[in-house]
Design a protein around this ligand. Structure first.
Ligand code: ZN
Length: 465
């Protein structure tokens, strides 16, 4: 398995800490609002990563946190608390908001057919662990108290910028919000581990700590929850490119200072979903969610199919025009694969040939578009349905597009079928009467409705174009 590693900026052979096992961590959502489909693109690509590891035979454990406290609207500890913002907007408590949007997040997760993480841990469940880690960091001299908050001292590390420094572009993405000045900080890049006195006197959720009644900073969550469930060595840490700085940079700082040795070896980052002319913004146009796509008549899996057509390390340009094309291609594929018959013997040689080509494509830094090329080649292969069906089942364990599930014939289809049959009968009459112009006109009329007809020995057959 070869993977691009942000930490080294190269595609590397994957060697987990423990042979045959993969310890994977994913930054979960801050549950103050619905997830944007751009964020969900990251989770879809991570899902492909996870399923590729499983396909390759790794014993996998994936952990995800849920941020329900401490995440300010700027990742650099400034601005408003996101959870509080959500609660005010909807006149609810922070915990109600957290529950509501955690549910909504996993409903989307499900609709996009993603594998649930093995451990899902909300930050509010781990306060004693956070306090312990902060105590150790203070003891070791990596943290300090100022203005009754506790900060991480980034000047204590020589390689603080190791992850982010290597890519200026990604670094800029991370500091997009305006950085407010916090006079307690000794260095500009220092960050909060524990808040007590801050501008959020009205923070709803607070806990006792050695430094006073308060709440944790955002970054400490992932270090703590990751170490708690995956141990001192993590194999792959995932997230969107906007997490590289400051969030992942800070996670590394805390974890390695706490552990006293290197922590996570491979850093996997998914690029943004963009629209023509740049990054998607919440302010202009629709706030794109899975529910909105459904309201507009799209199958959420058509969006998954769309995401799989491009490489995770490239920005993906979203438009409804492209989504329409993708949805049509997905529907056509689904009709084709759901009709594959299971009868007959699987040709083992053909099965192995395609299985290994497919596996190679994915293990080459998740080349999903190549995996699709292999898949479409396989469908064209001169072999029986049973073999194609077995291969579809195998490959769909990664694609997760429900390719073998019966494709629901919608009512519209019944109407379309009746229309096609009537026209075919009319055309047969015309041909009998040697009115070939009319027969051709009917063929054109059907084509305009997306129906292709074929004259066979058994009579005229029709299918969707
Ligand atoms: Zn995180």
């Amino acid at each position: 398995m070869r993977l691009y590693n942000t930490a080294t900026r190269t595609v590397e052979e994957f060697h987990p800490h423990e042979e045959g096992k993969a310890a994977v961590y994913t930054c979960g959502p801050t549950v103050y609002h619905f997830a944007h489909i751009g964020n969900l693109r990251s989770y879809i690509c991570e899902d492909v990563l996870v399923k590729t590891l499983i396909y390759a035979g790794y014993e996998l454990k994936r952990v995800m946190n849920i941020t329900d406290v401490g995440h300010l609207s700027s990742d650099a500890d400034t601005g408003e608390d996101k959870m509080l913002k959500g609660a005010k907007r909807e006149h609810k408590t922070v915990l109600q908001i957290a529950e509501q949007y955690t549910k909504a997040f996993f409903a989307d997760f499900n609709k996009l057919n993603m594998r649930m993480p093995d451990v899902i841990e909300p930050a509010t469940h781990c306060i004693p662990e956070f306090i312990h880690m902060i105590e150790v960091l203070l003891e070791k001299g990596y943290a300090y108290q100022a203005g009754e908050n506790v900060y991480f001292d980034t000047s204590k590390l020589q390689n603080y910028y190791a992850l982010s420094n290597q890519n200026e572009e990604e670094l800029k993405e991370g500091v997009r919000d305006d950085v407010g000045v916090d006079e307690n900080k000794r260095n500009k890049t220092d960050f909060v581990l524990w808040f007590t006195k801050s501008k959020f006197e009205d923070q709803e959720l607070k806990w006792e700590s050695p430094w006073g009644y308060g709440y944790p900073g955002w970054h400490i969550e992932c270090s703590c929850i990751g170490i708690k469930h995956l141990g001192e060595y993590m194999d792959i840490h995932c997230g969107g490119v906007d997490n590289i700085f400051p969030h992942h940079t800070n996670e590394i700082a805390q974890s390695e200072a706490f552990l006293g040795h290197p922590w996570c070896r491979y850093w996997f980052h998914v690029h943004h979903l963009v629209e023509k002319g740049g990054k998607m913004s919440k302010s202009k146009g629709d706030f794109l969610t899975v529910s909105l796509l459904e309201e507009k008549g799209y199958d959420p899996l058509a969006y998954r199919y769309f995401c799989l057509q491009s490489h995770y390390r490239k920005p993906l340009e979203f438009s409804y025009e492209v989504l329409d094309q993708m949805a049509a291609a997905y529907e056509k594929l689904r009709r084709r694969t759901s009709e594959l018959s299971a009868e007959g013997e699987v040709d083992k040689a053909v099965f192995e040939k395609y299985r290994s080509r497919f596996s190679e494509a994915l293990q080459d830094d998740l080349n999903t578009s190549m995996a699709f090329t292999v898949f479409y080649d396989m469908l064209k292969e001169d072999t029986n349905d049973a073999t194609k069906r077995a291969l579809t089942e195998s490959m769909d364990s990664v694609f997760s597009l429900k390719l073998l599930e019966p494709y629901a014939a919608a009512e519209v289809d019944e109407e379309l079928a009746a229309f096609a049959e009537a026209k075919i009968a009319e055309r047969a009459e015309a041909k009998k009467a040697k009115d070939f112009a009319k027969a051709d006109a009917i063929r054109e009329e059907l084509l305009a409705k997306g129906i292709v007809i074929k004259d066979t020995r058994e009579g005229t057959k029709w299918e969707r174009a």
